[in-house]
Unconditional design. Sequence first.
Length: 367
Amino acid sequence: MLKKTLLNAAHRALNARMVDFGGWDMPVNYGSQIEEHHAVRKDCGMFDVSHMCPVDLVGADCRAFLSRLVANDVAKLTVSGKALYSAMLNDAGGVIDDLIIYFLTETRFRIVVNAGTAEKDLAWMQAKAAEWQLDVSITQRRDGANSLGIIAVQGPNARAKVWQALEPILPQAKAATEGLKAFFAAEVDQYFIASTGYTGEDGYEIMLPAGEAESLWNALKDAGVAPCGLGARDTLRLEAGMNLYGQDMDETVSPLDAGLAWTVAMKDEREFVGKAALTVNGQKQQFLGLILLDKGVLRGHQKVVTAQGDGEITSGSFSPTLQHSIALARLPLGVQIGDEVSVDIRGKLLKAKVTKPVFARNGKAVQ
């Protein structure tokens, strides 16, 4: 039996094409994946991300707990509402999950973890809190009486359309959120509105009481926000160079080899789970972008042949913005941006150019 989000009936009412996504019944598109992709780059689109799992941390030792739990340094979080992207590692330095941490007060933080790893993540957090004997309560907010829905609204016109949709029910939302810089959040009544996202565009991720999710979805649709499915979400995040857990990293992959070194604070004295392994092993591969020069489509697990040795594509697809096939790949350390390499596609070696692993953001191509 597939799990259903709070908005499952709304997706079906729009005749969405539904698929099994990690055990969840999710919309892949509502007609045209390409149109949904362009709507986000040029105007505004929305995604049901209620399968993601918000986790609330409460207690005197929240900061001490997170300082040991994740690879990035929560000491950076000094202003209420500030968010931090990080990886949570195992003892071998592999990525258990990538997540966002929101600082609210010294005794209250919120984390959002991936849908497919939520149960594993919660078990790991609970075990570490008990092992370290720290005063921290860990509560998931995806299921049960206090569950939250999450709707991501992304695109150059996202903010204006969110304010329009919220005006009748939350008139103070605009004043509370219009000044939010990237990677901040504001609590507005029972709504948690964050300027985070997974598309490379401006917008908000809105967490709200489960019972109000469908009415907000419909209000956004009435305001001209295009419903978008998993297909467009994947091509948008790939163009923006954003990792997908399970494809670009997992428990066997170091964040240093997955392009996430910028999220790992190694230089200070702080000890965190996985730091010792990262120190010993170091970086073994680099995470770069590819643009296919020949005709074809880049896909995950295709072999990349370089003068320095073989690499592998982790995520690949056709880019609607660039009108070329693009990919993220783990490549040997000696490979340089601008190099020409070959990709083995069904036994044929096709030419590709190595680029920075960001292809499009803020409505336009950057490659």
